[in-house]
Design a protein around this ligand. Structure first.
Ligand SMILES: Cc1cc2nc3c(=O)[nH]c(=O)nc-3n(C[C@H](O)[C@H](O)[C@H](O)COP(=O)(O)O)c2cc1C
Length: 253
C-alpha cells in the first residue's frame, strides 16, 4: 500500500455510532482480532485478551450498567466550568445507538504480564501503567482499522471500563481478578453513511522542530477555543444525527 492509499484508509476510519441489528459473520470478528494480535506492545508482552459477546441478554446487561453510570455523569456535567458546557439534547434516534450493535468485543488486559516489563518499570507504577495501557490502545486501534476494511461500523464504549460497569461486567462474565477490562468495541453494520467532516487541528500548529519555547505552542486561549469547538463537535456526533451546522469543521470526511 502506498502512502496516499494509506492516508485515505486512515481517514476512512471514523467512529460510527448507529448500527444495523443484522448479525455480522463470525470470520469478520476473527479477522478483526487477528489484526489486533499484530499490534506492537511494550516488551512484546501482548497483554491482551478478547471477549466476543453476541448473547443479547449479556449485551443488554452491560448496556444497562453503562446507562446507569451515564445518568450520574450527566449530573456531574452540570458542575463543569460554564464556558465548556454544551447543552444536553436527547439523541435524535435513541433506538439506533451501540445497544443495537450485534457484537461487543471486550479488550482485556492481563495484569500478570506487567511483571515481564523491564525491572526498572516494574517499580515505576506510572510508567508501567502507561506502557501497558498504550499496548492495549494499539491493539484496539488495529481492531478499529480492521473493522473499517470490512465495512463495519465500530464505537469505542469506554464507559464500560469505569469501576461500576467494570466490576459488574467482570462478575457477569466470570472474568478472573487478574484480568481487567481495558475497553469495549461495539461492532456492526453502519446504519448510515458518514458524511460529517472531522474537526481537525491545524497541522502547522502541532509540528515543532528542534528547540521549542512557549511561542511555538498554542496559547491558552487557542487551547480553550479548540476545547469548545471539540466539545460541540463531539456532543453533536454523540447525538448520532449528522448535524450540518457543526461549527469549526475543517477537514476530511
Ligand atoms: C480512548 C478513547 C475513548 C473513547 N471513548 C468513547 C466512548 O466512550 N464513546 C464514544 O462514543 N466514543 C468514544 N471514543 C471515540 C471518540 O469520541 C472519537 O474517536 C473522536 O470523537 C474522533 O472521532 P473519529 O473516531 O470519528 O475520528 C473514544 C476514543 C478514544 C481514543
Amino acid at each position: 500500500m502506498d502512502y496516499v492509499n494509506f492516508l485515505d484508509f486512515i481517514k476512512n476510519r471514523r467512529t460510527i455510532r448507529r448500527f444495523k441489528p443484522d448479525p455480522i459473520p463470525d470470520d469478520y470478528v476473527e479477522k478483526i482480532i487477528e489484526a489486533a494480535r499484530w499490534a506492537p506492545s511494550g516488551f512484546n508482552m501482548q497483554p491482551w485478551e478478547f471477549v466476543v459477546i453476541k448473547d443479547k441478554t449479556l449485551r443488554d446487561s452491560i448496556v444497562q450498567w453503562v446507562r446507569e453510570y451515564h445518568k450520574l455523569t450527566l449530573k456531574a456535567e452540570s458542575t463543569r466550568e460554564p464556558w465548556q458546557r454544551v447543552p444536553h439534547l436527547p439523541s435524535k434516534d435513541p433506538e439506533m445507538d451501540y445497544r443495537i450493535a450485534p457484537v461487543f468485543i471486550l479488550v482485556l488486559g492481563d495484569t500478570r504480564t506487567l511483571k515481564g516489563l523491564p525491572i526498572s518499570m516494574r517499580y515505576d507504577a506510572e510508567r508501567r501503567q502507561s506502557i501497558y495501557i498504550s499496548s492495549l490502545a494499539g491493539a484496539y486501534l488495529y481492531m478499529s482499522l480492521a473493522a473499517t476494511t470490512l465495512g463495519l461500523a465500530n464505537e469505542w464504549v469506554s464507559s464500560v471500563a469505569v469501576a461500576y460497569a467494570h466490576c459488574m461486567t467482570k462478575d457477569l462474565l466470570g472474568i478472573p481478578p487478574e484480568l481487567e477490562i481495558y475497553d469495549m468495541m461495539a461492532l456492526g453494520y453502519p446504519a448510515y453513511n458518514l458524511t460529517s467532516r472531522k474537526l481537525m487541528r491545524d497541522k502547522e500548529k502541532m509540528i515543532h522542530h528542534d528547540y521549542c519555547g512557549v511561542d511555538d505552542f498554542r496559547t491558552d486561549t487557542e487551547v480553550d477555543d479548540f476545547i469548545k469547538r471539540a466539545r460541540i463537535w463531539t456532543t453533536a456526533n454523540h447525538r448520532r444525527g449528522v448535524d450540518k451546522n457543526i461549527v469549526g469543521v475543517s477537514e476530511g470526511i
